[in-house]
Design a protein around this ligand. Structure first.
Ligand SMILES: NC(=O)c1ccc[n+]([C@@H]2O[C@H](COP(=O)([O-])OP(=O)(O)OC[C@H]3O[C@@H](n4cnc5c(N)ncnc54)[C@H](O)[C@@H]3O)[C@@H](O)[C@H]2O)c1
Length: 296
C-alpha cells in the first residue's frame, strides 16, 4: 500500500488526503475542477500551518506532507496506479455508482476500492464493479486529521483479507478502525442521526431554543458540542440525505426527517458551509466559532 487515490477534495477528501500524506503515503487527490482542488490544498495548508504553530509537527513535516500530494481532474489519470482508492465525493448515489464503474475500469485489478459514504450501502456500490470482494467502506470522521475513529464497513461480499488490509492500514494512520456490517446508517449515523433529528424536532415543537437544546446536551450529557451545532458542522443537507436513506432502507417512520430540517435545506441553510444553519457563521462570527470548536 503506497499509492492512495482520493476522490473529492471537499470537507472529507482534503482531510483524508492530509492524513495519508502526513503518514508518507503518495496521494493523488482528484476532483472535477482545478478550483476545487486548489481550495482543498489551501485547506490542507492552513490546517498544517495550525499544527506547526502548535508545535505538533515541524515545518519540514508540513513541506513533506504537501509534497506527497499530487492533484488531478481526471479519475483515469489519478487512479491508474492506485493500491487503494478512498472515494469521498458528494453524497449522491448516482455520482458514487458512476465513479465506482469508472474506477473498476481504470484501477489495477488488485486495487481496493473504498468509500467514505455516510449512508449509501457498500453492497450496492460493490455491485456495479467486477471486484465486490475488494470494495469496502472507510468512514472517516470530520475533522479527519484529528478524529480517531474509522468505521470499517464490510459489504455483503467484502473478503476477510481486504478487511484486514484496510484495518491494518487505518492503524498505520494512528486511527482506531472499528468493523461493522452494511445496514442503513451503519452504526455511527444510525445512532447519531436520530439524536440530531430529535433535537431539530424539539426545536420545531418549541420545547426550547437552539442554545438551550445544545446546552442541555453539552453540560447534561458531557457531549463536546450540542446536536444542533454538530448538524451545522456535518451539513444539514448531509444529515437530511442520511435520514432519507435510513427512512427508505428500514421503511420505519422513526427515521422520518423533521419538516424543519427539510425546510432549512430547501432554503439553503446548510450550516457552516453555507454561512448559516442553526447558528450564524457569517464572516466575523465564523472564525470565532469554528476555531473554538476545533481548537484541539
Ligand atoms: N461532512 C461530514 O462531516 C462527513 C463525515 C463523514 C462522511 N462524509 C461523507 O464524505 C463524502 C464527502 O462529503 P463532504 O462533506 O466532503 O462533501 P463536500 O461537498 O465537501 O465535497 C465533495 C467533493 O466531491 C467532489 N466531486 C463530486 N463529484 C465528483 C466526481 N465525479 N469526481 C471527483 N470529485 C467529485 C465535489 O466537487 C466536492 O469537492 C460523502 O459521501 C459524505 O457522506 C461526510
Amino acid at each position: 500500500m503506497k499509492h492512495i487515490s482520493i476522490i473529492g477534495a471537499g470537507t472529507m477528501g482534503n482531510g483524508i488526503a492530509h492524513t495519508f500524506a502526513q503518514f508518507d503515503y503518495k496521494v493523488s487527490l482528484i476532483d472535477v475542477t482545478k478550483d476545487n482542488l486548489d481550495k482543498g490544498i489551501a485547506t490542507i495548508t492552513r490546517n498544517l500551518d495550525r499544527m506547526v504553530s502548535k508545535e505538533k509537527i515541524s515545518e519540514d513535516d508540513k513541506k513533506r506532507t504537501l509534497a506527497n500530494i499530487t492533484t488531478f481532474t481526471s479519475i483515469a489519470d489519478g487512479a491508474k496506479n492506485a493500491d487503494l482508492v478512498v472515494e469521498a465525493a458528494t453524497e449522491n448515489e448516482k455520482i458514487k455508482l458512476d465513479i465506482f464503474r469508472e474506477l473498476d475500469k481504470v484501477c489495477p485489478s488488485e486495487a481496493i476500492l473504498s468509500s467514505n459514504t455516510s449512508s449509501i450501502p457498500i453492497t450496492k456500490i460493490a455491485a456495479v464493479t467486477n471486484r465486490p470482494k475488494q470494495v469496502i467502506g472507510m468512514h472517516f470522521m470530520n475533522p479527519v486529521p484529528i478524529m480517531k475513529l474509522v468505521e470499517i464497513i464490510r459489504g455483503y461480499n467484502t473478503s476477510d483479507e481486504v478487511t484486514k488490509t484496510v484495518v491494518d492500514l487505518s492503524k498505520n494512520l494512528g486511527k482506531v478502525p472499528t468493523e461493522v456490517n452494511d445496514y442503513p446508517g451503519f452504526v455511527a449515523n444510525r445512532i447519531l442521526m436520530p439524536m440530531i433529528n430529535e433535537a431539530v424536532e424539539t426545536l420545531y415543537n418549541n420545547v426550547a431554543g437552539v442554545q438551550e437544546i445544545d446546552t442541555v446536551m453539552k453540560l447534561g450529557m458531557a457531549h463536546p458540542m450540542g446536536p444542533l451545532q454538530l448538524a451545522d458542522f456535518i451539513g444539514l443537507d448531509v444529515c437530511l440525505s442520511i435520514l432519507e436513506v435510513m427512512y427508505d432502507g428500514f421503511k420505519n417512520p422513526k427515521y422520518a426527517p423533521c419538516p424543519l430540517l427539510v425546510n432549512m435545506v430547501r432554503a439553503g441553510k446548510l450550516g457552516v458551509k453555507s454561512g448559516e444553519g442553526f447558528y450564524d457563521y457569517s464572516e466575523n462570527k465564523k472564525a470565532e466559532k469554528v476555531s473554538s470548536q476545533f481548537a484541539s
